[in-house]
Design a protein around this ligand. Structure first.
Ligand code: SDX
Length: 428
């Protein structure tokens, strides 16, 4: 007997099926709610509303669990390569050696962007934020590959677009940095791995060779894996809803980059470092800033703290916090910001305001400290988040397309003026 839920409205009772997922999560299926009762539900921010069923990522906010296709994030971060995880998220299974080799080969041969795109970069001001550059460059890619705009293109063409995106994003990201520095672009090299290639494009100069430190590329590999997917977060939902109109994948990913830019979402990693620097420059009075974060009349929030789903610890924050000590020690970097971050976490987690609301460090709280140790500039932090999140966005878009989900179009409850007649301007 399948489970149901009953809703009573205006004295009438309506029954709806309850669906149960593979991890025993339950949802009331209200697909027939409006047709039967004339009512809709309303849930600003979708805090209690599921938009889809998905087999990609499972997270449990109370237990601090995060798994990609069933594999715990702790194991993937320690043992896998980023391209292995990208393949897992997109195709559903860990690749065997020949699958990984051909995936890697396909990515490698598509790392170049069309030479005409260099002119786009030259038109940007030096202070252009790289997230603004990246969002427009990704959407511009669709104009160089017009066949990608056909919603009915064959599977092989979709695979090619997915591989082109994974291959070209690091190139475009590094170009946005070189352009901001007014340094010459560095081309990708086919003999370098994914992380090493990105670091080389970022830091090599025509005057001197650059050899990526293995500690740096290993740390980058871990960070990209930790950011690779996070089920129906703001930017993934954006990618899905843009893709649901049959807009092409480049346009959908570009929209995801724009959503990620916000300081409440991926932009928090840049905001955290700016906050920690501000606290340090202000004399490091943690109690003062904790009080500001709790004050409803003060717009200041503790950036990097709190999460829509994790009401206990964010497993990614735990891994990154541990990696902070490890990477900074190996690189011989002494960053006082790390001490401030650890003290701030301790003070906040001894404060009832944060504990009562389940506000703990999230993925963005410590990640900026590692990025800074890797010499990644602050304005590039959210670009790094986008590089990691790309395979997750692609996987979410692919699942939405394969499941033939309808165009996303939420309803509303109207609260404006009732019908009234037009009044000529001389009578207003
Ligand atoms: C990411 O969804 C994902 O999975 C996102 C992400 C991913 O991988 O895709 O995990 C990545 O975006 C991480 C979050 C990064 N953002 C920040 O660090 C910005 C600071 N955090 C907050 O703005 C906030 O915690 C959110 C946006 C993350 C979550 O907001 P919610 O779920 O809408 O919660 P809320 O704003 O309703 O807050 C509940 C209460 C409120 O107080 P009361 O009304 O109950 O009195 O907690 C308070 C809030 O004022 N609160 C904070 C706070 N976060 C929440 N108070 C001070 N500092 C904070 N950081």
């Amino acid at each position: 007997m399948s489970e149901t839920a009953k809703i009573e409205i205006d004295g009438k009772s309506y029954e709806f099926p309850v669906i149960t997922g593979s991890e025993n999560e339950k949802a009331i299926d209200i697909k027939t709610l409006r047709a039967t009762s004339g009512c809709i539900t309303i849930d600003p921010g979708f805090k209690n509303t599921g938009s889809t069923t998905s087999a990609i990522t499972f997270l449990d906010g109370e237990k601090g669990i995060l798994r990609y296709r069933g594999y715990p994030i702790e194991q993937l971060a320690e043992k896998a390569s980023f391209l292995e995880v990208a393949y897992l998220l997109i195709y559903g299974e860990l690749p065997n050696k020949s699958e990984l080799d051909s995936f890697q080969e396909s990515i490698t041969k598509h790392t170049l962007v069309h030479e005409d795109m260099k002119q786009f970069f030259e038109a940007y001001p030096a202070k252009a934020h790289p997230m603004g550059v990246l969002a427009s460059m990704i959407c511009s890619l669709s104009t160089f590959y017009p066949e990608s705009q056909d919603p009915n293109r064959p599977k092989a063409a979709i695979d090619l677009t997915m591989h082109r995106l994974i291959a070209k994003l690091p190139t475009l990201a590094a170009m946005s940095y070189k352009n901001a520095m007014r340094h010459p672009f560095v081309y990708p090299k086919n003999d370098l791995g994914y992380c090493e290639n990105f670091l080389n494009m970022m830091f090599a100069m025509p005057t001197e060779d650059y050899t990526p430190d293995p500690v740096v590329s290993e740390a980058l590999n871990t960070l990209l894996i930790l950011h690779a997917d996070h089920e129906q977060n703001c930017s993934a939902s954006t990618v899905r809803i843009v893709g649901s109109s049959q807009a092409n994948l480049y346009a959908s990913i570009s929209a995801g980059v724009s959503a990620l830019w916000g300081p409440l979402h991926g932009g928090a990693n840049q905001a955290v470092i700016e906050m920690l620097d501000k606290i340090q420059n202000d004399g490091g009075d943690l109690d003062k800033w904790i009080a500001k974060a709790k004050d409803k009349d003060d717009p200041f929030r503790l950036m990097g703290f709190g999460h829509r789903v994790y009401k206990n610890f964010d497993p990614r924050a735990k891994i990154i916090k541990k990696a902070c000590d490890d990477v900074l020690n190996k690189l011989g970097v002494n960053d006082p910001t790390l001490d401030i971050a650890k003290k701030l976490e301790k003070v906040a987690l001894e404060d009832e305001y944060f504990v009562k609301r389940g506000l703990y460090p999230n993925v963005d709280f410590y990640s900026g400290i590692i990025y800074r140790a890797l010499n990644i500039p602050t304005e590039m932090f959210t670009v790094m988040f986008a590089l990691g999140r790309l395979p997750g966005w692609i996987a979410q878009w692919k699942e939405m397309v394969e499941n033939k989900e309808p165009i996303g179009r939420p309803r509303q409850i109207y609260t404006g003026a009732n019908e009234r007649d037009y009044v000529s301007i001389d009578k207003r």
